[in-house]
Structures are given as structure tokens and as C-alpha cells.
Design a protein around this ligand. Structure first.
Ligand code: C2E
Ligand code: MG
Ligand code: MG
Ligand code: MG
Length: 287
């Protein structure tokens, strides 16, 4: 017993030290350019063209390598750093969207993850407007994916903020639908235009009868409500075919591409044309 205890003690001390270290380093990580925005392609399932990308943050730590967002986003939320971090992601994403749409000429949207804590902040709306005005990207090229955090409840204020974002032209998307706090009551009460089916119902959808029934019901409900539907976690041609047969509009997953650093993402986009997945349409750049 004695031995077991000291094992647990050692281990939790180790974890605590790691947590404390990351916490103290996160603030300076933003200033020292250690954060990067990666892009994962989203494919229009009716044309097989790339239509958008999801921005996924990475922390390139000087000694520990890439730290995943699932580790440091909750820390940022607890420390009151999430607002600063989200604004940095939006600003960076818009600069990259300019390269994709203006320099490369692709008709392409950009999807950004927003924390529930951001929506609770009174200043968020004007901060977003300021970034968009500085960017020459129009708001109707932006999608905000709401990833729900346990500590957050929607209220009048956050509802009116979401409505103002929609009026501006931003698409609001409910992320990870079917898990945690991403629920039916939110879909019926909040102004969403897009729904992302969580990958636990999409990956290997044909291997499990219940998974398939849930995926089909979710897509049909969302289409019935007039929402654009994205399936995350497409891992095979069979996943794609099944989700398309349910009426799903857009696919995202390792079957198409992993999240890539911006330069790699642009090379990937530009080299697509001989494969099954096609480049985004070349569009006129409208600022
Ligand atoms: P999410 O928004 O649901 O993003 C999708 C996650 O699924 C990403 O993980 C992506 O790499 C992964 N993924 C995509 N396709 C597949 C697949 O086919 N198979 C598997 N196994 N995984 C796939 P990632 O990049 O580690 O991000 C995890 C979560 O961290 C995100 O989940 C999101 O909730 C959060 N996150 C990431 N970037 C940001 C950000 O800039 N701000 C905020 N607030 N949260 C972020
Ligand atoms: Mg997301
Ligand atoms: Mg998601
Ligand atoms: Mg997910």
C-alpha cells in the first residue's frame, strides 16, 4: 500500500508541475510566436471540391514540441487568456484567408473555433468587427464554430451577441453535435446555420448499427431545420458515401487531409487537380 501511494503521489506531482509550467508559459507563448494556426480541408460532398478549412490552433513549444489544443485551451479558459487567444486566432486566420482567396484566387471560406467564454464577453463583438475591418475579408466568408464548455450557460446577452454576429454575415456553427453540451435545446434556441456531426458518429459509420442510425437521424434533423451539415471524422470512401446518402453537405476528416500548416495547406490545395478531390473554384476576390 505504501508503495502504491508514493507511486500516485509522484505521478500527480509530476502532472501538477507540467500543468503549472504550461500555465505560466502560455501567456508568453502568444507574444513569442509559439502558436500556429493549422488548416484542415472541408469538402463539398456534391462537387468534391474544397469549400473551406477549419482553423486548428497548435502550440509549438520550444522544448516539448507540439502541444495539442485539448491540453492548453482549457488552461487558457481557466486563466482568462482565452479571449486574447481567440482574437489572435481570428486575426491570423483572416491574414491566411487573404492569401488563399486573394493571392491564390480560391473561392473558400474559413472556419474558426470560438469558446463559450468568448461569447460571454461584452467586448467580443466590437473586437471582432475591428479585426474584420482591418482585414479586407468580408464577414460572409467566416464561420464561427461554437465549442461548448461545461462552465458556460447561454443567456439573453450571449443570444443577442450571436444574433449580431449573424447580422454581420458570419455563419454560426454548432460543433461536436451529439456530445456534451452540444444539444437539441441549443439547436432549437440559438441562431445556428450549420451543424457539425461529431466524429464518434461518423468514423466507420457502417461498422455499428446504432452509430449509423444516430448519424442518419442527426443529418435528417439538421436538414429539416434548414442547416448546412458537416460530418467530421470521415475516414474512408464508405464513410463519405453513407454520410452523403443521408444528405450531408460537407465532409472533413483524415480521409481527405490532416490539419496542415498554412504553407503545406496551400501547396496541398494547389496540387489537387489530378485527384478525386478538386481545388476550390477560382472565384473573383470580393473584398
Ligand atoms: P474540433 O473543433 O472538433 O476539431 C476537430 C478535431 O478533430 C481536431 O483536433 C482535428 O485534428 C480532429 N480530426 C479531424 N479529422 C479527424 C479524423 O478523421 N480522425 C480523428 N481521429 N481526428 C480528426 P485538434 O486539432 O486536436 O483540436 C481538438 C479541439 O481543440 C477542437 O475540436 C476544438 O474544440 C479545440 N480547438 C482547436 N483549435 C482551437 C481554437 O483555435 N480555439 C478554440 N477555442 N478551440 C480550439
Ligand atoms: Mg471545430
Ligand atoms: Mg468538432
Ligand atoms: Mg470533435
Amino acid at each position: 500500500l505504501q508503495q502504491k501511494w508514493s507511486y500516485f503521489e509522484d505521478n500527480s506531482t509530476k502532472e501538477n508541475t507540467y500543468f503549472l509550467q504550461l500555465t505560466s508559459e502560455l501567456q508568453s507563448a502568444i507574444e513569442n510566436n509559439q502558436l500556429e494556426v493549422f488548416h484542415q480541408a472541408q469538402i463539398d460532398l456534391s462537387t468534391l471540391r474544397v469549400c473551406s478549412s477549419e482553423c486548428l490552433i497548435r502550440w509549438n513549444h520550444p522544448t516539448q514540441g507540439y502541444i495539442p489544443p485539448t491540453v492548453f485551451i482549457p488552461i487558457a479558459e481557466d486563466m482568462g487568456l482565452i479571449n486574447q487567444l481567440t482574437l489572435w486566432v481570428i486575426k491570423t486566420a483572416l491574414q491566411q484567408q487573404y492569401v488563399i482567396s486573394h493571392d491564390c484566387g480560391f473561392n473558400h471560406m474559413i472556419s474558426i473555433n470560438i469558446s463559450g467564454k468568448d461569447i460571454a464577453s461584452q467586448h467580443f463583438f466590437t473586437q471582432v468587427i475591428d479585426i474584420i475591418e482591418d482585414s479586407t475579408i468580408s464577414a460572409d466568408k467566416l464561420i464561427f464554430e461554437l465549442t461548448e464548455s461545461a462552465s458556460f450557460a447561454y443567456n439573453e446577452q450571449s443570444l443577442s451577441l450571436l444574433e449580431k454576429l449573424v447580422d454581420l454575415g458570419i455563419t454560426i456553427s454548432i460543433d461536436d453535435f451529439g456530445t456534451g453540451y452540444s444539444s437539441m435545446s441549443q439547436v432549437s434556441n440559438l441562431p445556428f446555420q450549420e451543424l457539425k456531426v461529431d466524429r464518434q458518429f461518423v468514423e466507420n459509420v457502417n461498422d455499428d448499427r446504432k452509430r449509423k442510425i444516430i448519424a442518419e437521424a442527426t443529418v435528417k434533423m439538421a436538414k429539416g431545420l434548414g442547416l448546412e451539415v458537416v460530418a467530421e471524422g470521415i475516414n474512408s470512401q464508405a464513410d463519405e458515401d453513407t454520410l452523403r446518402s443521408f444528405g450531408c453537405d460537407i465532409g472533413q476528416g483524415y480521409y481527405y487531409a490532416k490539419p496542415l500548416a498554412i504553407d503545406d495547406y496551400i501547396s496541398w490545395l494547389e496540387n489537387l487537380d489530378n485527384g478525386r478531390i478538386k481545388q476550390a473554384v477560382q472565384g473573383e476576390f470580393i473584398p
